[in-house]
Design a protein around this ligand. Structure first.
Ligand code: UDP
Ligand code: MG
Length: 317
C-alpha cells in the first residue's frame, strides 16, 4: 500500500464527507493505493455514523472509535499503530489542510528520501490571538530542539516514512513536537513544505489559549528527556553541587568572620544576624534536596524498561 492517511477528529461531522471525497479524488487521480483511518476521538456529534456511511461507499475508509475524548495525540498514536502504507500522512479533519498536497509530500518522502516532511502554513487563516503566540512558540521550539529549518512544528499536515511512526511514541499533548520526537529517535532528515491553509469551514477550534502554556511545559519536558532521560543525576547533581558550594562558601564566611572578631577583640554579633547565615542554610538544604531528586531519578530510570532501547539502523553479523 502506498499511503495511509490518518485523520484525528473530534466533533467534525459536517466536514467529513467533503474531506473523504477530496482525498479519494486526489488518490484516484494519482493512482495511489491507500487507506484512510478516521480516528473518532470520543465525538459527541454524529461523526461516527458519518464515518460508517462513508465506509459503506468506500472500503479504503477505516475507522477507530474511542469511548471517550482522549485528545489529538492519543488519536494519532492509535492511527500510527494501524497504518500500513509506505508513507503515512496525518491531516486535520476540519478542511484547514488541503489533500491536494499529498502527491508532493509523497514524492518528497519516497524520492527525496526525507524521514518526515512537515507542512508550513505560510499564509495562515487563523485569528491573530493564535498566529502571534504561534510565532513565539515555533521560535522556542526551533531553539530547544535544534531543528532549525522548521517554521511550523504543529502543522496538522505531515508526512512520514512508515518506519518513523512505528518508532516514536506520541502521548499526552506531544503531537506539537513530533519532529522533535522523530529527531530524538534518530530520524533527522526532516523537511518542510509550504502548504495551503484555509479558514475553518465548519465547527470551531478544539484548543484554547492553554495550548501555549501546556506546549511550553511539554517542550521543557522533552528537552529534559532528551538530555538527561537516562542520567538524571547529571542534571540534579550539577545543580545540587553548585548549591552546596554556594552554601559552603557562605558558612565559611560566617564562621571565619565570627572567629576573627572573637580573637581580635572586635565587637561581634550572633551568626543568625548575618544574612550569609540564611544564604548558607537555604543553599545547603536546596542542594541536598536536588541531590535526593537526582538519586530518585536514577532509581526510577534504573527500573525503566526503555533504558536500554536503542534505534539500530543496521547490523553486520
Ligand atoms: N482533535 C481531536 N481530539 C481533540 C481535539 C482535536 O482529535 O481532543 C482533532 C480535531 O478534530 C481536528 C484536529 O485535531 O481534526 C485539530 O484540531 P483543531 O482544528 O481544533 O486545532 P487548530 O486547527 O485550531 O489548531
Ligand atoms: Mg484546525
Amino acid at each position: 500500500m502506498d499511503i495511509s492517511v490518518i485523520v484525528p477528529l473530534y466533533n467534525e461531522a459536517e466536514s467529513l464527507p467533503e474531506l473523504a471525497a477530496w482525498i479519494e479524488r486526489v488518490m484516484t487521480a494519482n493512482k495511489f493505493s491507500y487507506e484512510i483511518w478516521f480516528v473518532n476521538d470520543g465525538s459527541t456529534d454524529n461523526s461516527w455514523q458519518v464515518i460508517e456511511s462513508l465506509r459503506e461507499k468506500n472500503p479504503c475508509i477505516k475507522g477507530v472509535k474511542f469511548r471517550r475524548n482522549y485528545g489529538k495525540s492519543p488519536a494519532l498514536y492509535v492511527g500510527f499503530e494501524r497504518a500500513e502504507g509506505d508513507v503515512v500522512i496525518t491531516m486535520d479533519a476540519d478542511l484547514q489542510d488541503s489533500p491536494d498536497e499529498i502527491p508532493e509530500l509523497y514524492r518528497m518522502i519516497t524520492v527525496e528520501g526525507y524521514d518526515l516532511v512537515s507542512g508550513w502554513k505560510k499564509k495562515r487563516y487563523d485569528p491573530l490571538s493564535k498566529t502571534i503566540p504561534t510565532k513565539l512558540f515555533n521560535a522556542t521550539a526551533r531553539k530547544v530542539s535544534g531543528i532549525k529549518n522548521l517554521h511550523d512544528f504543529n502543522c496538522g499536515l505531515k508526512a512520514y516514512k512508515r518506519e518513523v511512526v512505528k518508532n516514536i511514541e506520541v502521548y499526552g499533548d506531544m503531537h506539537r513536537y513530533i519532529p522533535y520526537l522523530a529527531k530524538n529517535a534518530g530520524y533527522g532528515k526532516i523537511g518542510e513544505k509550504a502548504v495551503h491553509h484555509q479558514a475553518r469551514k465548519y465547527g470551531k477550534t478544539k484548543f484554547g489559549l492553554d495550548r501555549f502554556v501546556n506546549g511550553y511545559l511539554d517542550l521543557i519536558t522533552l528537552w529534559f528527556f532528551s538530555r538527561f532521560g537516562v542520567k538524571p543525576m547529571h542534571f540534579f547533581g550539577l545543580l545540587g553541587s553548585l548549591m552546596f558550594v554556594l552554601g559552603f562558601i557562605a558558612v565559611v564566611f560566617v564562621g571565619a568572620n565570627k572567629l576573627y572578631c572573637l580573637y581580635s577583640g572586635l565587637p561581634y554579633r550572633l551568626v543568625t544576624d548575618s544574612p550569609y547565615f540564611y544564604l548558607a542554610l537555604t543553599a545547603m538544604i536546596l542542594g541536598t534536596q536536588l541531590f535526593l531528586a537526582g538519586f530518585l531519578g536514577e532509581l526510577i530510570s534504573r527500573n525503566a524498561s526503555e533504558r536500554n532501547s536503542y534505534q539500530i539502523e543496521t547490523e553486520i553479523k
